[in-house]
Design a protein around this ligand. Structure first.
Ligand code: NDP
Ligand code: BG6
Length: 443
């Protein structure tokens, strides 16, 4: 019988959770629809919760035919025989949608259950709790499976607007010559959410926004923005280039805050000192970036939702237009979400006989150019795992070094507070970009 390379067994560990329902299962439906996951593939949910196959299927919206191949198996004991009873699968892919404290014991249990070959393990972020725990997890995982079977996921790396950062930087000759401290004044990365912790108090209260978002998602944005040109687009070369930039990162200031009312959220400790908002300043101490501050601002329960990057340029040398008023700095804005785009904020002349300067936005909006919509990050990443492509996954050394670098911020300073729905007053003395001003430019 010919081998069917699109016939997979996909096991979701922590299948009763938020991630499985909101992101993984919709991505699997899309992958089935597009033929990446072939007919005859199965999806097995596992966890401590009790479900029947049909109550498990009912948890998920949509009526993809793949749902008929959804099964639930409580716990890991007997899972291998259970999967074998459903057919022969070329690959068994495990997605750990679990809290980080159980990644290693779960991987060990999978190995002990007899899953040895043709296994791929997708591990969610945050990868551990700090450098020491990340190292323990990495060492332990490598005793179970080779690095080529391990996929440390960071879904920000597969967002279309994030993927475009590399292309924008290195496929255009315009930007690379000015991508350094001679021309760039500062970099800002903003990740604001309006939602609070909702149902995730248990996870979030042990984690906090720095571990949840900065150690992984924002660090990845930072590295794509600031790394040197990789030798090729191969996973190894991109990882090496990111790692080199990360080695030069130094956190200089960290301010942590918590929204009022957070301590009353379900499954949050009444005396919690976990931060839900953070402002951080770092530098990248290498030839390219010496003296350029990078400001990060990230939080929950804020007045608006938006992930954006702002590159602020220095004023031109030997300025020809002295005496014509203050001219706003050039900026490049990367809009990552909710709408995606790139805006060049430049200075132009207003029509008329006088030289009146004004800023003008040159824009590229994904929504206008690609009306069909964009591929979801989880859809892309799961497809890459099925194809064995590690390019968009984080290496063991990278995640460990990222923990080492962020360590001074994890419990830095005295916790401040802010009221829900309000942006806390800045603590870094940064001249924050009002990203809302670019809200209408790409809708
Ligand atoms: P949830 O708490 O909603 O779900 C996790 C599931 O893991 C639970 O339903 C539970 O299932 C199982 N679980 C919890 N504690 C344990 C334990 N001690 N031992 C074994 N199983 C346990 O979390 P999320 O789904 O939100 O997140 C899961 C992972 O995905 C986290 O690492 C998170 O950082 C990451 N992530 C989440 C995103 C999201 O939008 N939710 C986005 C990106 C990443 P049961 O009780 O049945 O065992
Ligand atoms: C997850 C965090 O990794 O990313 C969540 O655990 C956060 O707290 C989410 O809300 C944000 O993802 P996105 O894709 O909505 O920006």
């Amino acid at each position: 019988m010919p081998i069917d390379f699109s016939k997979f067994a996909i096991v979701i560990l922590g299948a009763s959770g938020d991630l499985a329902r909101r992101k993984l299962v919709p991505a699997l439906f899309k992958l089935y629809e597009t033929g990446v996951i072939g007919k005859g593939s199965i999806v097995v949910g596992t966890g401590r919760s009790e479900f029947t196959d049909s109550s498990f299927r009912e948890r998920f919206e949509g009526d993809s035919p793949l749902k008929e191949n959804f099964y639930y198996h409580r716990g890991l004991t007997g899972l291998k025989a259970y999967i074998e009873s459903k057919g022969h699968f070329e690959q068994v892919v495990f997605f750990m949608a679990l809290p980080p404290e159980v990644y290693l014991t779960t991987a060990q249990a999978i190995r002990a259950e007899g899953f040895e070959k043709n296994v791929r393990l997708i591990i969610e972020k945050p990868f551990g709790y700090d450098y020491e725990s990340a190292r323990t997890i990495n060492t332990g995982l490598l005793e179970c499976y080779p690095e080529t079977s391990l996929f440390r996921i960071d879904h920000y790396l597969a967002k279309e607007a994030v993927l475009n950062i590399l292309v924008f930087r290195f496929a255009n000759s315009l930007f690379e010559p000015v991508w350094n401290s001679k021309y760039i004044d500062s970099i800002q990365i903003n990740a604001c959410e309006t939602l609070g912790v909702e149902t995730r108090g248990d996870y979030f209260d042990k984690t906090g926004i720095i571990r949840d978002m900065v150690q992984n998602h924002l660090t990845q944005l930072l590295l794509l923005l600031t790394m040197d040109r990789p030798a090729s687009l191969e996973a190894e070369d991109i990882r090496a280039s990111k790692l080199k930039a990360l080695e030069s990162v130094e956190y200089r200031e960290c301010h942590r805050r918590q929204y009022e009312g957070y301590r009353n959220e379900p499954r949050v400790a009444p005396d919690s000192v976990t931060e839900t908002y953070a402002e951080l300043k770092l530098t990248i101490d290498n030839d390219r970036w010496n003296g350029v501050p990078v400001y990060l601002r990230v939080g929950k329960a804020l007045p608006r939702r938006g992930t954006e990057i702002g590159i602020v340029f220095k004023p031109p040398q030997g300025f020809l237009f002295d005496g014509f008023g203050t001219i706003p700095p050039n900026r490049i804005i990367f809009k990552i979400q909710p709408s995606e785009g790139i805006i060049l904020d430049v200075t132009g002349k207003e029509p008329g006989s006088d030289v009146n300067m004004t800023n003008t936005m040159l824009r590229f909006c994904f929504g206008e150019k690609y009306a069909g919509g964009l591929t979801d990050a989880y859809q892309k990443l799961i497809a890459d795992v099925l194809a064995g492509n590690q390019t968009l996954f984080v290496s063991a050394v990278e995640t460990e070094l990222s923990w080492k670098k962020i360590k001074p911020c994890l419990s830095a300073g005295k916790l401040g507070f802010y009221s829900r729905g309000n942006l806390p007053e800045g603590s870094l003395g940064a001249d924050w970009i009002d990203f809302e001003n670019y809200g209408d430019v790409c809708m």
